[in-house]
Design a protein around this ligand. Structure first.
Ligand code: TV7
Ligand code: CA
Ligand code: ZN
Length: 393
């Protein structure tokens, strides 16, 4: 008895493309599309595919990508060929075209296909929502929040989130974008900087000189020009190393709760970057699978159409745990699934511990020091409350 049942009248759709997982950024590059394979295999091992509509997503068309990106950029992206850049020469060449071909955004075989598949999944998910066929649509292969209109950035080439939100905006008056990746969601924020139809909220590690991308201070809230409708519609929650589940939960619930009340979105787009988990190769937080998943649960409880995107996540076994737990929350079977990984899970030894919820001690040995004083978190909530006085639904 797997405990997986399909609630009547509640639809979750799952959008993925196995072709995407075969791409490689390079041997030592932290972004491993294989983490999608591991996640999906754990989700399927729990039997969750029986409680969702499962789709192999298509690749987005050039025209769909051009709803956000410039054609100059897309044309270049579609024609560049990978030529290995010698490691030592790379830093002497600061003017890479469209920021392509450096070590963060390398050129690799099938790059254009990889990008269009990531965007295709996100767009399929958005369309299942706007067609009223899904209550929650999941695209773990998306969430590439740093890409700009005509520039690659931070492992992101095509901004599937912006493209999906533009689709939602054809049907809904207002969309709330929430980003729990450990990095600032700068590309999505910038894309909707001058509209009051999208409110963007990013929680992230903020250290302008030492942590990518260096933007997203508490008082970066949209255009300073008051006549711009987008003013006050960017919310930033800058955090420090070692934040815990309890603190994050308090912040998330109080901030997102206030925003939903004031902005009254018609749909929510949630980027679930799993690099905010403890033990991530690039991240620095102490979040556990439960705390990360609590954000998904809170958004689901708002009772609005919801699109879930992937994003960062550089320790594949933890990414797979988080996105599996979050898929179970979407379906509503989180209290019925076993915390012990299914015996027949492929690559089961990759997970090291056989539980879906390893303790901080199991993940880290020694937990990272928490550098988020309670007083600072209260200041953040206070700032957001004051900011929201300028926001009208
Ligand atoms: C959404 N951090 C993306 C997050 C993008 C972070 C960065 C690396 C990195 C790149 C590598 C690599 C790495 C161990 C880590 C200023 C630099 C410093 C490259 C070495 N190892 C998301 C982007 C961030 C590439 N970039 O939000 C190849 O870390 O900090 C930077 C920029 C210049 C480039 N160098 C790093 O999670 C999906 N990159 C190993 C091999
Ligand atoms: Ca973020
Ligand atoms: Zn990230």
């Amino acid at each position: 008895e797997s405990g997986i049942t399909r609630p009547k009248g509640y639809n979750v759709s799952f959008h993925c493309n196995p072709e995407m997982e075969k791409h490689h950024f390079g041997m030592t590059h932290p972004m491993k599309p294989w983490r999608l394979t591991l996640s999906k295999s754990l989700i399927y091992s729990y039997g969750m595919s029986f409680a969702m509509d499962n789709y192999i997503s298509r690749a987005a068309t050039y025209e769909e990508l051009a709803s956000f990106h410039s054609t100059d950029y897309l044309d270049f992206l579609g024609t560049v060929l990978p030529e290995p850049v010698p490691r030592d020469l790379e830093n002497q060449n600061p003017d890479l075209k469209f920021n392509l071909g450096g070590s963060d955004c390398p050129l690799f075989d099938g790059l254009y296909d990889y990008c269009s598949m990531s965007a295709g999944g996100a767009l399929d998910a958005a369309r299942k929502i706007t067609a009223n066929q899904s209550d929650i649509a999941i695209a773990w292969g998306g969430g590439l929040h740093h890409a700009k209109r005509a520039e690659a950035s931070g492992f992101c080439y095509i901004n599937d989130i912006v493209i999906a939100i533009l689709e939602l905006l054809r049907f809904y008056p207002r969309v709330l974008y929430v980003d729990i990746d450990v990095h600032h969601g700068d590309g999505v924020e910038e894309a909707f900087f001058s509209t009051d139809r999208v409110m963007t909220v990013s929680f992230h590690k903020y250290d302008p000189n030492n942590f990518f991308p260096g933007t997203g201070a508490l008082d970066d809230n949209g255009p300073k020009n008051e006549h711009n409708p987008g003013a006050h519609h960017a919310v930033n929650v800058p955090l420090n190393d070692g934040i815990t589940d309890e603190q994050y939960d308090m912040l998330f619930n109080s901030i997102i709760g206030k925003i939903v009340e004031k902005f009254r979105p018609s749909a929510i787009a949630l980027q679930c970057g799993a690099d905010s988990l403890a033990g991530d190769r690039l991240g620095r937080f102490n979040l556990q699978v439960q705390g990360h998943g609590a954000c998904v649960e809170f958004c689901k409880k708002m009772g609005l159409p919801l699109v879930l995107f992937g994003g960062g996540g550089y320790t594949p076994r933890n990414v797979a745990r988080a996105w599996t737990y979050e898929t179970s929350i979407a379906i509503g079977c989180q209290d019925n699934i076993s915390s012990v990984l299914p015996q027949h899970t492929p690559w089961r030894d990759q997970f090291r511990q056989d539980t879906l919820f390893p303790t901080l001690e199991q993940i880290l040995g020694e937990p990272r020091q928490n550098r988020n004083p309670q007083k600072r978190l209260q200041e953040i909530v206070q700032h957001v409350s004051e900011q929201l006085r300028f926001v009208q639904a």
